[in-house]
Design a protein around this ligand. Structure first.
Ligand SMILES: [Zn+2]
Ligand SMILES: [Zn+2]
Length: 253
């Protein structure tokens, strides 16, 4: 109860600060901006890499050899083969990290717009031509306690914006976080981070056969090791998803 009370105070303070402080770019403090074009451009990284080994490629594909590599992720079962590609707009540092932090912890919801723009740019950089109907957006869920404390799910807001701009259908509440885990960025020990996530996700049982022929775009704000994406993808795969693309705003510890 005590932490809940404390959280309410923090939320209230953040809300008041947002109201009285003049709006400034999260990166460079330029006034009347949320995340200015210049900071977006500096944060954006062209190209893509394999999530596991970092090999630079054109589409963020996870190498076939890396798909078989599960020991480093301390997985009890196989690495999800359905997780084909992971894309990120930039590195989790500097201006982009500040933008993500303010979005999430200071509840600057207007930052969803520029961050989603970066996701759009990255997605279209790779998928130059696409049939919208072949894709389905699923946001990374928060555990309900965390969502209650934060008052919103930042990944859902990002995914919503991404859907509005791209015209790709979004489905909330398909994927659920059933286990409360410490924030990935707060757990220093990599092995612990990964172990914590075993069995953390569940997929709604009454899901239509959405998974069959669609490519799922799994959206999150940050990935550190990629463990959250991997575990969420595994839950979706176990429910029949055949192809999943991870799309995150910022990647790295
Ligand atoms: Zn700026
Ligand atoms: Zn690789």
């Amino acid at each position: 109860m005590k932490t809940g009370w404390k959280n309410n105070i923090h939320t209230l303070i953040a809300t008041i600060l947002n109201l009285i402080l003049p709006r400034a770019c999260a990166g460079c403090r330029k006034s009347n901006e949320s995340f200015c074009e210049n900071c977006q451009a500096l944060s954006y990284k062209y190209g893509a890499h394999c999530l596991i080994c970092g090999f630079r490629n054109n589409d963020g594909k996870i190498c076939p050899a890396c798909h078989t590599w599960k020991l480093g992720f301390q997985m009890e079962t196989e690495f999800p083969r359905a997780l084909k590609n992971v894309l990120w707009a930039g590195k989790y540092d500097g201006a982009l990290r500040e933008a993500v932090r303010q979005f999430k912890y200071r509840r600057r919801k207007e930052l969803a717009e520029p961050l989603a723009q970066m996701l759009i740019k990255k997605f279209y950089e790779i998928h130059l031509t696409l049939q919208k109907d072949n894709f389905l957006i699923i946001p990374m869920p928060l555990h309900f306690k965390k969502e209650y404390e934060r008052r919103f799910n930042q990944a859902e807001l990002l995914a919503q914006k991404f859907s509005e701009v791209s015209g790709i259908e979004i489905k909330n509440n398909v994927l659920t976080k059933i286990k409360e885990t410490p924030a990935q960025v707060e757990v220093k020990d990599k092995e612990k981070r990964i172990k914590n996530l075993e069995g953390a996700f569940s997929v709604a049982e009454n899901v239509p056969s959405f998974t069959k022929h669609k490519t799922i775009i799994l959206i999150d704000d940050v990935s550190t090791t990629g463990a959250t994406l991997i575990h969420a993808a595994r839950a979706l795969e176990q429910s029949g998803a055949e192809k999943i693309i991870g799309l995150v705003a910022a990647h790295g510890a």
